[in-house]
Design a protein around this ligand. Structure first.
Ligand SMILES: Cc1cc2nc3c(=O)[nH]c(=O)nc-3n(C[C@H](O)[C@H](O)[C@H](O)COP(=O)(O)O)c2cc1C
Ligand SMILES: Nc1ncnc2c1ncn2[C@@H]1O[C@H](COP(=O)(O)OP(=O)(O)OP(=O)(O)O)[C@@H](O)[C@H]1O
Length: 182
């Protein structure tokens, strides 16, 4: 089986992995903030209950960097290290490029079938495929999808990578660290 060493973290490219069962969390996960930690943590928990491996499917670079050129909070090696610290069994890193974004949602669904997910864990705003055409309802027609409630900060606002980027650009480092959760 082909695998690639990123730092000391073993990761997989899309074509290199086939599983007979899994629980999958999908996302850009830039920053691996508290919301991300909850989504990934749920995948790890559910995988233990269902006795199958947990898998995080993520992107390099993050889609928002590719399309909007935003600041990257965690370079890929750091992101993978943080994800692995959450005790995930497998991490698939998709190269997010011109070819990748041309894939229609059904193409991505066909790929996910190779991993035989018993459950897929995402947040409520998850979208996928060319022009973001795929949504949770579509994913639900093929898989058991568990949608996590938005994780908020103590002030009640939803935590997001976008918000953390804004806080950093305003020099509000303490608050950004609080939202990152480490
Ligand atoms: C196969 C595939 C194709 C994608 N193509 C696009 C695209 O054309 N435009 C876009 O803005 N995002 C595209 N995305 C990125 C998604 O919009 C989204 O950022 C990604 O699924 C990660 O979810 P998250 O942003 O909630 O972390 C694509 C994602 C996948 C899996
Ligand atoms: N605060 C949160 N609570 C629960 N789920 C979340 C939260 N933030 C992100 N998620 C979910 O985690 C996955 C990865 O999210 P993503 O990487 O797009 O994070 P984001 O913080 O929303 O990023 P951005 O602000 O750049 O759009 C998605 O399924 C998303 O819905």
């Amino acid at each position: 089986m082909f695998s690639e060493e990123v730092s000391d973290i073993e990761t997989y490219s899309e074509g290199s992995l086939k599983l007979s069962g899994s629980v999958i969390a999908i996302g850009a996960f830039d920053g691996v903030h508290q919301g991300h930690q909850t989504v990934i943590g749920e995948a790890v928990e559910r995988s233990k209950v269902l006795r199958v491996p947990s898998l995080v499917y993520t992107f390099d670079p993050p889609p928002r960097f590719y399309f909007q050129g935003v600041r990257i909070l965690t370079p890929v090696k750091e992101k993978l290290t943080l994800i692995k610290q959450l005790e995930v069994d497998y991490v698939v890193v998709a190269k997010f490029d011109e070819f990748y974004i041309s894939r229609p949602p059904i193409d991505f669904i066909k790929y996910l079938k190779r991993l035989n997910p018993l459950e897929i864990i995402v947040g409520s705003d998850f979208r996928f495929g060319k022009n973001r055409e795929g949504d949770i309802n579509l994913l639900r027609t093929y898989f058991n999808v568990r949608v996590m409630k938005p994780v908020c900060c103590s002030g009640g606002k939803v935590i997001s990578s976008t918000r953390i980027r804004e806080l950093i650009s305003q020099g509000q480092m303490e608050e950004s660290v609080a939202l990152l959760g480490r």
